[in-house]
Every structure is written in C-alpha cells, then in structure tokens.
Design a protein around this ligand. Structure first.
Ligand code: UDP
Length: 240
C-alpha cells in the first residue's frame, strides 16, 4: 500500500453500466470524453492501452432468456453486438481528440471494424494506438470480464484495470449494509471462496492462472482513470 506501479501495457475494462453514467441515455458522452482524455494523457507518457468494453447499458443476454422464447446463444449474440456499439462510440470519442484508435471485433464485422488479430493488435499498441476490443470473446455464455482477462493474457498486458461504478471490492454489499468496508487488497482465492461479486469466476480464474493482477476502481470519480492507468494504488487490488 502506498507505492505505485509503472505499467507498460494495460488492459482497461469499461463496463456498459459505467458508460451510461448518470444520464438517461445508454451512453453518456461526458463519460466517454473523460475516458478519452485520460487515456490520451497516459498514452502520451508511453503506456500502451487496450480496452475491452461491456454492453450491459444496451443489452445483457442472460436477462432476456425466456422472454419471447429467446435462447441464451441468440441473446448473447445480441449482447456482443451491443459491445460493438460502445466500442465504435468510444473510438469516435478518442479520435475526436486526436488519439489514434483501432477497434477489433471478436467476430467479423468487416465494414465496421478490423477482425481481432492478436499480432496486429500488439503492433497497433506498439505504435501508440489505443486498441478497443469489441464483441467480447465472440462466444455466447461468456462475459466481457472474461474477454478482458483473455485479451490481457493474449497481448501480454501486465494488469486488468476494471472500471466500475463502485469504489472497489467491499466485504459485503455496500448498498445493503452501511458498515461495508472497502478492501484494499483481496486474493483471487478470496474472491472465489467468498463469492465476492466483482468479476465472474471464469474471468478471475483466467487472471489467476496467468498471474495478471486486477485493479477494481470507480470510473465516475474524475481523475481515477488516470490514476489507475498510471499505477497509483486506488480501489481494490486483486492478486495472490
Ligand atoms: N457476451 C457474450 N460473450 C462474451 C461477452 C459478452 O455472449 O464473450 C454478451 C452477453 O450476453 C453479455 C453481453 O454480451 O450479457 C454484454 O456483456 P457484459 O454483460 O459482460 O457487459 P458489462 O456488464 O461489462 O456491461
């Protein structure tokens, strides 16, 4: 505690919910511009930034299953396409302030974005471009948190920075218990055993197996993205 890291390459996970901010639309441009500005500043310092976006502000597969006979695989395909909408929006926000950005999708949408090609993604990062990964893992039954863990492992990111609407991981649900305390550090094991709802177990396991620490932090506080990207100790650190 107290010390900070110097990341070389990071994977920023932005949930759909975080993108919607407190506005009434699915996407709050104040949030996307804040992300763009803070990411721009850090890439200028030489940190390579890849982003995985969620889609929950538009569509969550699981919550539609059963309704009108929608099966999970189809619902999840819609969810994955929702993440692409966020990816395109975020890319436009970045480019409006001059940050070169590429979107790569896990399944092909050639007229809209590049397909995901690992080596090409790494090359973009090396050239100082921000790479936004859309469409999650490309597979139903997974989450974008798992996509973040997977892409981080593939591109050799040193950390997954998970931007949410809460300050980090609590010992119990802060919305139900006013005495809930924010944990500065938890182990992968504790997350799994205590069932702490920060990330699904698939994502946590993937990070653990690949020794990738996770930082959970609040994106809605101004300056927090910069702090997280530049390795300051904020929110909750999940590692061994
Ligand atoms: N999804 C999927 N496979 C993936 C990633 C996402 O099927 O690899 C679908 C799933 O339906 C999910 C939706 O896309 O509910 C949006 O992603 P997620 O819920 O992870 O977004 P977030 O909660 O981060 O906004």
């Amino acid at each position: 505690p107290g010390y900070s890291y110097r990341w070389r390459r990071v994977l920023l996970k932005v949930s759909g919910e975080a993108l919607s901010g407190d506005g009434t639309q699915n996407i709050d441009p104040k949030v996307t511009m804040a992300i763009a500005r803070e990411v721009a500043a850090i890439t200028r310092l030489g940190v390579e930034v890849a982003i995985v976006v969620g889609g929950g502000n538009f569509f969550r597969g699981a919550s539609w299953v059963g309704a009108s006979g929608l099966d999970r695989a189809s619902a999840d395909q819609i969810g994955m396409m929702a993440t692409v909408m966020n990816a395109i929006f975020l890319q436009a926000s970045m480019e409006s302030i001059g940050v070169p950005t590429r979107v790569q999708t896990a399944f092909r949408m050639n007229e809209v974005a590049e397909p995901y090609i690992r080596r090409r993604a790494i090359r973009h990062l090396e050239k100082g471009r921000v790479v936004i990964f859309g469409a999650g893992t490309g597979n139903p039954f997974f989450t974008t948190d798992t996509a973040a863990a997977l892409r981080a492992a593939e591109i050799g990111a040193e950390v997954v920075l998970k931007a949410t609407n809460v300050d980090g991981v609590y010992d119990c649900d802060p919305r139900k218990n006013k005495d809930a305390t924010l944990l500065k550090h938890v182990s992968y094991r504790e997350v799994a055993i205590k069932g702490l709802s920060v990330m699904d177990i698939t994502a946590i396991t993937l990070c653990q197996e690949n020794c990738i620490p996770v930082v959970v932090f609040n994106l809605s506080k101004a300056g927090n993205i910069s702090k997280a990207l530049s390795g300051e100790r904020i929110g909750t650190l999940i590692d061994v």
